[in-house]
Design a protein around this ligand. Structure first.
Ligand SMILES: [Zn+2]
Length: 404
């Protein structure tokens, strides 16, 4: 255990913070339910964001605001050495408008879409703020609490991307937590990068009988997919690709005017992802050239339109960084056996920029995330140990004043 984290955990103020988390656990659960029942579909996080901002204000955070992209921001000042540690959770869910988000409670289990991913994380931030205040803890670095928009799917990390690319605090952020997911036996130090495209092949079309021989965008697409199947990628660093969704054409007796395909390219290594990207684009070009060489272009040639519909950068956080060492010290102190892993989360953005970042669960257990049957278990013992471990990791990273 690092000395800092050991001292923090043994300190009186930290014990008071734990006591506050324990006494406040019922309220924490009620807040999970309250926030879960405010829908936050992709690109429609406004209602939940406003409610969350109101909570930040009630808790006395400074400079509470919705930023230009819709994130909720609030500062808990530390000793003010000018640097900030971000503690974030995402507001959005994967569920479309109209989904029933009523929470059903069975014993210590809560069932509802989004209850764990990431509403438990949002409530955990509020519990952390209350515990820090109740214990009178001052951190060395300022804490910037964030409820961010656009983590899921086509949201494409737009909230956290904005925070780092254009946000007013971008120069000051020295570390980043996303509290996302539940279990703490694994936490994320590596960002799986992904590039997602929709490629559309267009041609002149024509009658299947009378225009036979005309270039056909379907054959270009077939050429592309057959080529993709033969791309060679390394097992380590893990690199993958997938031709996922496709469509097009208008009639069984017509040469299509357009066909399209969506693809997902991934790697934990930015260099490998760039190589895969290049190979994929070369295949798109070859598919166009190949079909135009094969077929009749008298009425027009095949052309490809490539639209990028997703971009999550790869990256990683060094295992000797303060934030990872703090987690590796704090988690075992509360009974967890942490392993480090890779995933695709809000932490991708800071990791890709070299800002130390991890994704940490908020505790408890659960399952069926991204499904209507999503559930979490808030049985106090495991749930609380998760919150204690999270708070200790945050303090081990931001530094606790008076803890020298
Ligand atoms: Zn999530």
């Amino acid at each position: 255990m690092t000395q800092d984290v050991a001292r923090i955990i043994a300190s009186e103020p930290f014990k008071r913070a734990q006591e506050d988390l324990r006494l406040g656990h019922d309220r924490f659960v009620e807040e999970i339910i309250e926030l879960t029942e405010i829908p936050a579909p992709p690109f429609k996080e406004d209602r939940r964001a406003e409610a969350y901002a109101a909570k930040f204000r009630e808790l006395g955070l400074e400079d509470v605001e919705r930023d230009e992209i819709g994130n909720v921001l609030g500062i808990r000042r530390g000793r003010g050495n000018g640097q900030m540690i971000v503690v974030a959770a995402h507001l959005d869910t994967v569920f479309p408008e109209g989904t029933d988000v009523t929470v059903r409670r069975e014993g210590t289990k809560l069932f509802a879409p989004g209850v764990g991913d990431d509403t438990r994380g949002l409530a955990a931030l509020l519990a952390f703020i209350r515990a820090l205040d109740a214990a009178g803890i001052e951190t060395e670095q300022d804490l910037l609490f964030v409820g961010d928009v656009g983590e899921e799917g086509k949201g494409d990390l737009r909230g956290v991307r904005h925070l780092f690319e254009a946000g007013r605090y971008r120069e000051k952020i020295a570390g980043f937590f996303t509290i996302d997911g539940l279990e703490l036996d694994q936490f994320t130090t590596g960002a799986v990068g992904s590039l997602r495209y929709r490629v559309t092949f267009r041609g002149p079309g024509g009658h299947s009988l009378n225009a036979f021989g005309t270039v056909n965008p379907s054959y270009a697409l077939g050429h592309l997919m057959a080529g993709m199947a033969r791309i060679e990628v390394p097992k380590t660093p893990r690199t993958t690709f997938c031709a996922s969704i496709m469509g097009g054409g208008s009639s069984i007796n017509a040469i299509p005017e357009a066909v399209w395909l969506e693809v997902d390219l991934r790697s934990v290594d930015a260099g490998e992802l760039a190589k895969l990207d290049k190979a994929f684009k070369a295949l798109v070009d070859a598919a166009v050239k190949g079909e135009n060489a094969r077929g009749d272009t008298a009425n027009g040639a095949i052309r490809a339109e490539l639209t990028r519909i997703g971009n999550r950068p790869a990256g990683s956080t060094a295992h000797d960084s303060t934030i990872v060492r703090a987690a590796l010290s704090a988690l075992p102190a509360f009974g967890f056996e942490p392993r480090t892993g890779q995933s695709s989360t809000d932490a991708n953005i800071p990791m890709s920029l070299g800002v130390p970042a991890i994704c940490l669960g908020s505790g408890g257990t659960g399952g069926r995330a991204h499904s209507l049957e999503e559930w979490i278990d808030v049985a106090p013992d495991l749930s609380l140990r998760g919150l204690y471990a999270g708070l200790a990791t945050i303090l081990g990273t931001a530094g606790m004043a008076g803890n020298d």
